[in-house]
Design a protein around this ligand. Structure first.
Ligand SMILES: NC(=O)c1ccc[n+]([C@@H]2O[C@H](COP(=O)([O-])OP(=O)(O)OC[C@H]3O[C@@H](n4cnc5c(N)ncnc54)[C@H](OP(=O)(O)O)[C@@H]3O)[C@@H](O)[C@H]2O)c1
Length: 309
């Protein structure tokens, strides 16, 4: 099969389109012919060797954490899928391989893809939606009437989070640069703060929840806008050596596990009309290096998705 391979850590030039062995379905696995695969912010970081001491890659390595496609083969013990079924999935932690024409994944991590979503839309919603749900539904337990500030509202995770929070009945505030404000309002944000022109701590106060997808100094300054008893949920790192300046708020960096239940929750929200896919920029696998350079700018609106076939 064709796949985007890398033989070493490095810049975008280490990525090349080549041949990799076709996967076979082990017990409990399905082989999926990938139609669309996501580009995630983690991908260029893994490529550059970020956290290489914690997560050792075996080369040649294939990046990519979520995808949508069609089941080609089922392994022994798989009863919930058959060849020809449309599925989407987030690959288990510690494994990658979505930048390819096929992948063998545990069937229990995949969910059936409805015909109302294209493969690109399903891929765009998979890890982003799962992460937003783990953060706002599971960790924050966001409630109607609460005020939530979402940092990075125009990103992949943020696009889902803004819609979910609006659906729950929260008052949704979000940060983004000006060219994304109409997009964020269309997703349900009530107030949008242009973080390039205004210090969000001067525009916002008394939040019940801050969802931080940016990290660094944004994390540090977020404490100032929380009410006592508030929750700071973050999926990007705090500054090195940072200590929380308040003990009357709860800080959670949730473990984002992978499972079918969260994917089915995404589908439920889509079916209800509560959430729609993010804006998608479609690219071919052959442009993986360019896609990662775009992702690395940190200013992609919505999601980049590879159209594989
Ligand atoms: N823990 C996990 O399992 C997990 C899972 C998924 C993602 N993540 C992490 O979560 C982070 C977000 O992921 P993502 O996929 O949503 O990222 P993304 O799509 O790459 O986010 C890009 C967006 O961030 C916005 N942005 C950049 N700097 C900003 C700032 N200072 N303030 C407000 N908005 C800003 C940009 O909007 P503008 O152009 O308007 O600036 C852009 O729309 C990444 O660090 C990723 O690695 C973690």
């Amino acid at each position: 099969m064709k796949a985007v391979l890398m033989d070493d850590y490095g810049g975008p030039e280490v990525l090349y389109l080549g041949e990799a062995p076709d996967p076979v379905a082990g017990p409990g696995e399905i082989v999926v012919d990938i139609h669309a695969a996501s580009v995630n912010a983690a991908d260029w970081k893994v490529r550059e060797g970020f956290r290489r001491d914690d997560v050792k890659l075996t080369f040649p390595h294939i990046l990519g954490r979520d995808f949508s496609g069609v089941v080609r083969e089922v392994g022994s013990g798989v009863t919930d899928f058959a060849p020809g079924d449309d599925v989407f999935a987030v690959i288990d932690r510690g494994r990658e391989g979505g930048y390819a024409e096929a992948f063998a994944i545990q069937a229990e991590l995949a969910a059936g893809k409805p015909s109302t979503l294209s493969h690109a839309e399903a891929a765009a919603l998979a890890l982003t939606g799962l992460t937003a749900l783990v953060a706002l539904e599971d960790a924050a337990a966001l409630q109607a009437g609460e005020t939530v500030l979402i940092h990075g509202g125009a990103g992949g995770v943020g696009s889902f989070a803004v819609q979910y929070a609006k659906h729950v009945g929260a008052r949704v505030l979000a940060t983004a640069s000006a060219h994304n404000h109409d997009y964020l309002r269309s997703l349900g944000a009530e107030d949008v703060i242009d973080y390039t022109r205004q210090d969000f701590t001067e525009a916002v106060s008394e939040c019940d929840v801050v969802f931080d997808t940016i990290g660094g100094e944004v994390h540090a300054r977020s404490f100032a806008v929380l009410k006592p008893g508030g929750r700071l949920i973050h999926i990007a790192a705090a500054p090195a050596g940072f200590t929380a300046p308040r003990d009357d708020v709860t800080v959670i960096r949730p473990h984002v596990g992978r499972d079918r239940a969260h994917l089915e929750r995404i589908l439920e929200l889509v079916a209800e009309g509560a959430v729609r896919p993010p804006e998608i920029r479609r690219m071919p696998l052959a442009e993986a290096a360019a896609a990662q350079e775009l992702s690395k700018t940190g200013h992609v609106r919505g999601k980049i998705v590879f159209e594989v076939r």
